[in-house]
Design a protein around this ligand. Structure first.
Ligand SMILES: NC(=O)c1ccc[n+]([C@@H]2O[C@H](COP(=O)([O-])OP(=O)(O)OC[C@H]3O[C@@H](n4cnc5c(N)ncnc54)[C@H](O)[C@@H]3O)[C@@H](O)[C@H]2O)c1
Length: 405
């Protein structure tokens, strides 16, 4: 492997700039890449990163609907300290987003977007994205795209999503059911660039794009980075299930004050997140197999936009459990997390592992990357994904071991 890997992010926001600054700081030896499995895991006694793009060989490219440099965004997002940002300020100032493909009906909170592409139809916009992608591919660089854009309004698969012919017709006819993130995913796959979706919106998770990814042999994965509260859920629930302790209710609430929180404050965008977060418990606890223990669970999820917190999300879980003879107990979790600090290493891992899959000719849905997602895509549409973090890790490690031989 002697060429660079360029990570392309539609969305130059808190997560993507925290990734960029983190890679640059780590490269300078000024910080540690904590939380990145690809930096700390071993495969057969060999550090996993030896099989993957080296941190020194990673570069970035981005699109956004506001024209701010990565430095300006990182400074405004207040995830990293002024001391950390000062050291990488010059490099971050050089990263400027290309104009995005956007339609405010999908993210009403960002209706003031002013750095967007224009074209007669969505296919023309996809062509413009393809031209951007090719301009990023200087001197044979390898590319990976990870959606780090805002969560789009809730969308269920429509007829236009059912196969590639219908989807391409829809792009030419400006079908209103095609979301901007789907135009990026389409352009990426057409250019042979792996696409992973960090947000809960459908994006690449539709039959048309799965078909296209398989036909072009391009890896795809999604959706919704598994960070704060859902990470905790997929650590705790398998433990409770191992002990055969019952669960009656799981109430989860969050406060969040960054731009992501402002977007999720709109009911259409929150609905997308809610659906992604609610699926987890059912598949972890298997109520059909254990009706006595998990047959009657109330599961609620709330997110409230609370500006004073910025990126420092607080997530509370109240878990009503029961034990021997049905005696009730409660568990309270209060996770004072940092959203983008948890998400940034996921983007790094995904980019490197999707690149590995691409180099090894593995196209289509990469379900072994479910470890990183709240709502993992499965190879067989509609089948129940694995949510248990420990099972997911096993699956990932086994697959990497097979891919690197
Ligand atoms: N941070 C986490 O823990 C976490 C976890 C799971 C999922 N996510 C998801 O990751 C995404 C990024 O999170 P963030 O905190 O960086 O949000 P953010 O609001 O800071 O950044 C998102 C950026 O995307 C841009 N954008 C929106 N639509 C776009 C488009 N069509 N094209 C190009 N750019 C577009 C916005 O202008 C913004 O700069 C969100 O969808 C969020 O829900 C984050």
């Amino acid at each position: 492997m002697n060429s660079k890997l360029r990570i392309l992010t539609p969305g130059l926001g808190a997560v993507s700039t925290t990734l960029m600054a983190g890679v640059l700081l780590t490269r300078k030896g000024l910080a540690k890449p904590v939380g990145a499995l690809t930096e700390y895991a071993e495969v057969g006694g060999v550090p996993m990163n030896q099989y993957l793009a080296a941190l020194d060989d990673i570069d970035f490219g981005a699109w956004d609907i506001f024209d701010e440099s990565a430095y300006e965004v990182a400074e405004r997002s207040k995830v990293l300290s002024a001391e950390h940002l000062a050291v990488v300020a010059d490099e971050l100032r050089e990263i400027r987003p290309k104009p995005g493909v956007f339609d405010p009906t999908w993210v009403k909170a960002l209706a003031d977007a002013n750095h967007t592409k224009r074209g007669d139809n969505l296919m023309e916009l996809a062509d413009q994205l393809s031209a951007d992608i090719e301009s990023f591919r200087l001197c044979g660089e390898r590319l990976v795209m990870v959606w780090c854009g805002s969560t789009e309004a809730y969308l269920e698969a429509q007829p236009v999503h059912k196969d590639l012919a219908a989807f391409e017709r829809g792009l030419k006819e400006n079908d209103p059911a095609i979301a901007p993130s789907q135009v990026y995913a389409y352009a990426a796959i057409r250019c042979g660039v792996p696409f992973a979706n960090g947000a809960p919106n459908l994006s690449v998770d539709i039959p048309a794009l799965v078909e296209m990814a398989e036909a072009h042999g391009v890896p795809i994965a999604g959706k919704d980075f598994k960070t704060g509260q859902t990470l905790m859920k997929t650590i705790l629930a398998p433990g409770l299930k191992s002990r055969r302790l019952g669960v009656k209710g799981w109430f989860s609430t969050n406060i969040l004050g960054n731009r992501d929180g402002a977007v999720l404050d709109h009911p259409d965008n929150f609905r997308t997140k809610e659906v992604s977060k609610l699926g987890v418990l059912e598949s972890l606890l298997e109520p059909d197999r254990h009706p006595d223990l998990y047959g009657d669970i109330t599961h609620e999820v709330r997110i409230n936009y609370y500006p004073p917190r910025g990126d420092d999300k607080e997530g509370w879980d109240n878990i009503d459990i029961f034990g021997w003879l049905d005696y009730p107990m409660q568990i309270k979790v209060d996770f004072l997390c940092r959203d983008s600090i948890l998400a940034a290493p996921i983007v790094l891992d995904l980019a490197r592992l999707m690149d590995l899959a691409n180099r090894k000719g593995r196209g289509g849905v990469q379900d072994w990357l479910g470890f990183y997602f709240k709502d993992p895509m499965t190879v067989t549409a509609g089948s129940v994904p694995v949510h248990d973090l420990f099972e997911q890790e096993l699956r990932l490690m086994e697959t990497v071991a097979k891919l690197v031989v």
